[in-house]
Design a protein around this ligand. Structure first.
Ligand SMILES: C[S@@+](CC[C@H](N)C(=O)[O-])C[C@H]1O[C@@H](n2cnc3c(N)ncnc32)[C@H](O)[C@@H]1O
Length: 422
C-alpha cells in the first residue's frame, strides 16, 4: 500500500473533519469535564451539502443511544431561573421561552467567565439564509405565498423584539444581537416536556408560554433529514440525569448522522431553518379556495359555502406525494355536488361515489398544471430581480433554487398521478 493510497484513504475517511478545530476540541473537553461520555464516538465534520454536522467513528445500529447529554449542560427554563432571572430586575412583562433563551445567549456571549463559554463559542456566527432576514423591499419581489409567510416570520420576530424591549426598558443590547440569538434559538432548541423540568413556583409571571424549549450542546450539531427517526427522553445514567436520543435508523461509520426536526414541508424548512430538501416526502403544493374553484369552473351556493366554512374545508388544501389532502378531496366534492343532501356522510364516512376517484385524478392534474404556470411565472419574475442590484445574495439565491425546485416537484407529482389512482 503506497503513501498516495494511504493519504487518499485518509481523505475519504475524514472528509472535512472539524475535530481539530479549537471550537470542537474545547466543546468536547468542556462536555467531558461535566460528565459527557461520548460513547458513540461522535465527531464533527463539514459535509458537502449540509455544512457542519455529526458522524461517528463507529457504525450506529437501530436502537443505539446516539447521544446522552448531562441534563445540567442543557439550557432550560430552570437555567434561566437560576442564572438569569435571579440576577436581574424583575421583567416588566412576561416573555416567551424563545425570547428568554435568546436573552440568555446574548448575556453569556458577553460574559468572559461564562460557565457556557465553550458552548457559546461552538455556535455559528452567521445565521442561516432565512428568507425573512432580508429587507422589506427585497421581500416585495418574492412570490406572494412566500412573501406572506416571510412577512409573518418577520412580524413574529419584531413582536419578540418589542416585547423584550418593553420588558427590559434598560435594554443594553443592539437589535442585531437579538436577531442572532433569536434565530439561533429557533433553529437549535429541542423540545422538552415542561412537566419533566419540575419547575418550582409559578412561572407565569416570567413566561407567556410553556417552558418547552431548551438548548442542548452538541445535540444541536445534528442536521435534519426527513428519513431520520429518533426518540428523545430523559433518563438516569450513573445516577446522573441525561437527555438521550435513541436512533431508529442505522448509519455506517463516518456517514453523516441525522435527526428529524419534524415532518416539515420544504417551505417550512426554508422559513425556519434556511434550507430545503429535494424529494422531501413531506413536501406539498398548497392551494386556496379561489384557485380550486377557478380550476373546477364552478360557483357555490350558500349551503355549500356554509358547510365548507363550518368544517374548515377551505384550509389545508394541498397535494403531496401521498395524495390530495383530506380537505382538498372534501372541498372538491362539495363544490361539484350541490345536489348532495348529506355532505358529511360522504366526506367523513368516506363514501365517495363510484368514479369520483378517477375524476379526482384528472382534477389533481389540472390543479398541478395551474400551479406550474404560476410557479414558472414566479421563477421568471424572480430571475429578473435576482439579476438586478440585490443586497442579500444568500437569501435570493436560495429562494431562486427553491422556486426552480418547486417546478420540478410539481412535474414529479404529475408523473406520479399519471401512474396511480388517487
Ligand atoms: C440544529 S442546527 C444543525 C447544526 C448546524 N449545521 C451547525 O453547524 O451548527 C440547524 C441548522 O443546520 C442547518 N441544516 C440542518 N439540516 C440541514 C440539511 N439537511 N441541509 C442543509 N442545512 C441543514 C441549517 O442551517 C439549520 O438552520
Amino acid at each position: 500500500m503506497g503513501r498516495t493510497y494511504r493519504r487518499r484513504r485518509l481523505r475519504i475517511k475524514a472528509p472535512g473533519t472539524l475535530e481539530n478545530t479549537t471550537d470542537c476540541v474545547q466543546l468536547k473537553q468542556w462536555l467531558a469535564r461535566h460528565g459527557w461520555k461520548n460513547e458513540t464516538q461522535l465527531q464533527l465534520r463539514d459535509f458537502m451539502y449540509t455544512g457542519r454536522g455529526v458522524c461517528s467513528r463507529k457504525s450506529i445500529n437501530v436502537n443505539d443511544i446516539l447521544i446522552s447529554v448531562p441534563y445540567q449542560l442543557m439550557v432550560t427554563y430552570k437555567t434561566i431561573q437560576t442564572d438569569l432571572l435571579s440576577h436581574m430586575p424583575p421583567l416588566c412583562e412576561p416573555l416567551k421561552i424563545q425570547e428568554l433563551l435568546a436573552i440568555f445567549l446574548m448575556i453569556e456571549v458577553k460574559n468572559k467567565k461564562s460557565f457556557w463559554k465553550e458552548y457559546i463559542e461552538s455556535l455559528p456566527q452567521d445565521l442561516p439564509a432565512l428568507p425573512w432576514l432580508t429587507t422589506e423591499s427585497e421581500m416585495s419581489f418574492y412570490p406572494n405565498d412566500i412573501q406572506k409567510i416571510s412577512k409573518q416570520c418577520y412580524e413574529n420576530y419584531k413582536d419578540g423584539l418589542e416585547r423584550v424591549k418593553k420588558s427590559l426598558p434598560d435594554w443594553g443590547f443592539d437589535d442585531e444581537s437579538f436577531k442572532w440569538a433569536y434565530v439561533l434559538v429557533n433553529t437549535r432548541a429541542v423540545y422538552v416536556d415542561p412537566n419533566e423540568l419540575k419547575i418550582e413556583g409559578d412561572y407565569s409571571k416570567a413566561l407567556l408560554d410553556e417552558p418547552n424549549m431548551a438548548l442542548c450542546p452538541f445535540l444541536d450539531m445534528f442536521n435534519h433529514d426527513f428519513n431520520a427517526n429518533t426518540e428523545a427522553f430523559l433518563d438516569y445514567q450513573d445516577r446522573q440525569l441525561v437527555y438521550q436520543l435513541r436512533t431508529l435508523s442505522e448509519y455506517k461509520k463516518y456517514d453523516q448522522i441525522f435527526i428529524s426536526y419534524g415532518p416539515h414541508n420544504n417551505c417550512k424548512l426554508l422559513m425556519e431553518y434556511g434550507f430545503f430538501i429535494p424529494g422531501n416526502v413531506y413536501d406539498v403544493v398548497d392551494f386556496n379556495m379561489g384557485m380550486v374553484m377557478e380550476v373546477l369552473g364552478v360557483q357555490i351556493d350558500q349551503r355549500q359555502y356554509k358547510f365548507i366554512k363550518e368544517h374548515s374545508l377551505d384550509e389545508k388544501l394541498y397535494i403531496g406525494y401521498d395524495t390530495l389532502s383530506f380537505n382538498l378531496k372534501g372541498f372538491i366534492f362539495v363544490c361539484l355536488s350541490n345536489n348532495c343532501k348529506n355532505f358529511s356522510e360522504v366526506i367523513f364516512g368516506d363514501r365517495y361515489p363510484q368514479g369520483f376517484s378517477l375524476r379526482l385524478k384528472s382534477i389533481a392534474d389540472e390543479l398541478l398544471d395551474y400551479k406550474i404556470i404560476l410557479y414558472k411565472e414566479d421563477c421568471e419574475k424572480f430571475r429578473s430581480f435576482e439579476g438586478s442590484d440585490t443586497t442579500n445574495n444568500r437569501c435570493t439565491s436560495i429562494i431562486m433554487n427553491f422556486l426552480e425546485h418547486r417546478v420540478k416537484f410539481i412535474l414529479d407529482l404529475k408523473k406520479m398521478f399519471a401512474g396511480e389512482a388517487v
